[in-house]
Design a protein around this ligand. Sequence first.
Ligand code: C2E
Ligand code: CA
Ligand code: CA
Ligand code: CA
Length: 275
Amino acid sequence: AKKQGRNLVKPFAPSMQDELAKRVRIEGDLRAAIRKAEIVPYYQPLVDLKANKIIGFEALARWKTASGAFIPPSEFIPVAEEAGLIVELTDHLLRRACTDALSWPNELVLSFNLSPIQLSDRLLGLRILKILGDVGFPPHRVELEVTESAIIQDAATARIVLDDLVNAGIRIALDDFGTGYSSLSQLSNYRFDKIKIDRSFVASFETNDKQDKVIKAIIALGTGLGVTITAEGIEEESQLQRLQDLGCDIGQGYLLGRPAPIEEIARRSRWHQDF
Ligand code: C2E
Ligand code: CA
Ligand code: CA
Ligand code: CA
């Protein structure tokens, strides 16, 4: 009651209520959408910047509503997390992505995003491996992208879950590197196979000498630790050039390929396209 009373006098109360109403609407629609398989993975190429070829794809969730409109993951993933639908949604997306990836050439990897809260679920490893087993997709071709916040939430459980996955042959990438806190302590606490430099660094680094140095240092760090470095959000030729000069291993971004539905990727059959 106290909260409501306060809301009444706050000038931005209506927008907060609009926000809540929107969430409730999305939550109801989301349940139905998962059931009807309206949420599907799109695929964005991961490019080896030294060999100039595609080494795999990152699955990115897309919700196409009945009206043909797209709702971005930034809007429905948080709702799925809060509504307790993230497990169901992830299982559905992973099954779909692995099934799609069965038709790819054998050496290509499937990279898949996990929500931070999922790493506090001790059964996550079992569930993921069950899905891979059902579909017949090999764990060594799967890479899971996690953010540091996932590990900070419940470090002990995260370690158990990550160990289960790593022991099965799955690789782990530390996503959005540089945006959170204690990035460096995560690196010494856990052995990641890959670090993905957040696109905010790539976006500003040619105009900002300090960013350039930061990227350089992250690449050196990766080399020292024996961790593969991926740069996200490459939009311009000059950014690609600079990253290649700095010895960055893998690149991803609109310049190299936008996220696309499986039909489009298969149709273009650009698996081994050179860049
Ligand atoms: P992310 O994992 O950091 O994914 C990269 C985001 O950058 C994607 O946005 C991608 O479309 C976008 N991107 C790629 N290249 C460029 C570029 O050159 N320029 C710009 N401006 N953007 C680029 P998207 O698909 O909207 O996904 C947003 C976030 O939603 C993802 O960030 C990830 O955290 C989350 N997400 C997406 N799919 C899933 C999923 O299946 N499960 C979970 N748990 N989270 C997901
Ligand atoms: Ca990602
Ligand atoms: Ca990222
Ligand atoms: Ca992200």
